[in-house]
Design a protein around this ligand. Structure first.
Ligand SMILES: Cc1ncc(COP(=O)(O)O)c(C=O)c1O
Length: 414
């Protein structure tokens, strides 16, 4: 389901006025459309989303919320934020949406600010097991301001160790439990997390940054009925602008809103909020539901292909857009594999793996599915990845194959 047409007019203006910067834009556009984008957190937004991002709404200051702004002249942008909120609540079946977080990390920060005090104990997936930086990294505010305890994925199965989770919850009595990951390829059992949280009197925060687009398209279960607060990014599979959002019930709406503004953020970015509204509108269509299911179908074929080629696929497969795999049996570690594949025009991440000392690879199918690729292309991609890693396909030939593939499936036709 390729999107149509890049907003070339905007690039033309820049080309005339600032060729140096225009060169960067054109260079990046060329990079994105001549290499294979398998970064699990990325996607290609539609021209309509790009148009909202590059609109004069970027000029407007709008501290506060619709109808209650600290700046004058907000009556038009208020409409955009109301549309974004209404579309988000309708799309995800939530009572309340805050669409102002500047990023996924800002959304998580605001969720903690709404529910926690510094020093509180929080249970989250440990960082080596797929937790995000905001889930207690010492390099992040979360690790400095809260007392994080990490649960794990089971070293043998790669699945969240529910028994350990419950035991840790009983032992530490956390104020909040966080479910969500940067690298978990399977559905999360939100009902089980709710049960554990209820048993120990904890809040449940779902950080659904990765699966939010699958949830919108009905291709993954929703945390909304179970979590006190759901945080997400609006990019990734959801295919909106870079940004964050928070969903919650009416009971926490005021606390969440005050935690975003004025506690952790200043003026809302109205161009981004308008772009989020556009993306929520797109995500509510049957075409997007078809896209979300195709993303998963593609990921399953890619995971199976990598497994057949000898990589060790974590959990043996995927339920989502995301795959993690250990390339060690092919004689190469994750870091080196990422570099070798980059030289071949295949762009992906390395990531920690539950059992291995070396990093593994993390791949996703959101972007290639937006380009219109399907199962057949995914089987070819798995073979190409393995061929490059085994040294059977040299970089130059691989780059040519990649270019042929992405030329047949351009992200922005025309
Ligand atoms: C689970 C999770 N939480 C939070 C974030 C942070 O999002 P951002 O990079 O927009 O701050 C990410 C980003 O990848 C994520 O995967």
């Amino acid at each position: 389901m390729p999107v149509t047409r890049t907003p070339a007019a905007a690039t033309d203006v820049l080309r005339r006025q600032d060729p140096e910067l225009a060169g960067v834009l054109l260079g990046e556009t060329a990079r994105q459309s001549t290499t294979l984008q398998l970064i699990a957190a990325e996607n290609f937004t539609s021209p309509a989303v790009l148009a909202a991002l590059g609109s004069p709404l970027a000029n407007k200051y709008a501290e506060g919320y619709p109808g209650a702004r600290h700046h004058g002249g907000c009556e038009i942008v208020d409409v955009a934020e109301r549309i974004a909120r209404d579309r988000a609540t309708a799309l995800f079946g939530a009572a309340h949406a805050n669409v102002q977080p500047h990023s996924g990390s800002s959304a998580v920060l605001a969720a903690y600010a709404a529910l926690l005090r510094p020093g509180d104990t929080v249970l989250a997936l440990g960082l080596p097991h797929g937790g995000h930086l905001t889930h207690g990294s010492p390099a992040n505010f979360s690790g400095r301001w809260f007392d994080f305890v990490g649960y794990r994925v089971h070293p043998d199965t790669g699945l969240i160790d529910h028994e350990q989770l419950r035991a840790l919850a009983r032992a530490h009595r956390p104020k909040a439990i966080v479910c969500g990951s940067i690298a978990y390829p399977r559905h999360i059992d939100y009902a089980l997390f709710r049960d554990v949280a209820d048993e120990v009197g904890a809040y449940l925060i779902a950080d659904a940054a990765h699966p939010m687009g699958l949830i919108a398209g009905g291709a993954a279960p929703s945390p909304v009925p179970y979590a006190d607060i759901v945080c997400a990014t609006t990019h990734k599979v959801l295919r909106g602008p870079r940004g964050g959002m928070i969903l919650c019930g009416e009971d926490l709406a005021e606390r969440v809103d005050r935690a975003v503004f004025p506690f952790t953020q200043g003026g809302a970015q109205m161009h981004t909020i308008a772009a989020k509204a556009v993306a929520f509108g797109e995500a509510a269509t049957p075409a997007f539901a078809g896209y979300a299911h195709q993303v998963v179908a593609n990921a399953r074929v890619l995971a199976a292909g990598l497994g057949q080629e000898g990589l060790v696929v974590t959990t043996g497969g995927t339920d989502t857009h995301l795959i993690t795999a250990d390339p060690a049996p092919l004689g190469v570690g994750g870091r080196e594999a990422r570099a070798v594949l980059a030289a071949a025009g295949i762009v992906l991440d390395s990531c920690p793996l539950p059992r291995a000392d070396e990093r593994g690879l993390r791949l996703g199918t959101a972007a290639v599915t937006t380009q219109g690729m399907r199962e057949r292309e995914m089987a070819g991609v798995a073979a190409l990845v393995a061929g490059v890693l085994r040294g059977r396909v040299e970089a130059r030939r691989a780059r040519a194959e990649v270019r042929e593939l992405v030329t047949a499936f351009p992200p922005y036709p025309g």
